[in-house]
Design a protein around this ligand. Sequence first.
Ligand SMILES: CC(C)(COP(=O)(O)OP(=O)(O)OC[C@H]1O[C@@H](n2cnc3c(N)ncnc32)[C@H](O)[C@@H]1OP(=O)(O)O)[C@@H](O)C(=O)NCCC(=O)NCCS
Length: 190
Amino acid sequence: MQLEFDSERLSFRPLELDDLDLMIELWGDPDVMKYIAERTYSPEEVAERIPTTTRRAGDGCIGVWRLTHKETHEKLGTAVLLPMPAELDDTDWDLVNGGPVPDEDIEIGYVLKRSAWGQGYAPEACARLLRFAFEDSPMEEITACTDPENIASQHILRTCGLRSVGMIRAYQSDLPGFRITRSEWQARHS
Ligand SMILES: CC(C)(COP(=O)(O)OP(=O)(O)OC[C@H]1O[C@@H](n2cnc3c(N)ncnc32)[C@H](O)[C@@H]1OP(=O)(O)O)[C@@H](O)C(=O)NCCC(=O)NCCS
């Protein structure tokens, strides 16, 4: 499984412990965390969490990728394919333990540091990770959810071909849900 790949402007690499600097910047910023958690994390808390966040499953195709600008090598954010939690408030990391692709819905997500917003990096990352999911992994369907007020993210998901499926159960809430199947993705790219 080729887990390192590029898009037009971005490099994707599996998240490593060495990416602590990036994760401190992301998880410590209230603007970044506004729609994805009810809180920010201190550098000490991030250091505690990062070993869990670097876990992978399903031959490595489930996990977190670090996004780096191809030319400047600046770390810009992360993109994920992870089991969607329904009645938990966070990913069930026990499912991301080197084993097979979990049976749960697999969610796509992306988080950019504030200085990287507004430049189209998230749609680029989402489109490339979908390509990875449907060309290089065994996944048959990708799901996403957003905060009801995260209009930018909903726009990105639609732009990348996910269809709105109404409210879905995720993160202990009923949230706007989006899905795309392998055949839907193939039809868009044939
Ligand atoms: C949400 C986030 C991923 C957006 O990423 P981005 O790369 O800055 O996205 P952009 O600003 O380039 O906008 C992408 C598209 O959404 C549109 N958009 C942005 N804000 C919008 C809004 N409030 N209403 C409607 N469309 C909006 C842009 O016009 C653009 O559309 P286009 O591709 O048709 O030109 C980024 O702000 C972020 O990382 N936020 C914190 C984490 C987060 O919320 N992640 C998503 C969790 S579901």
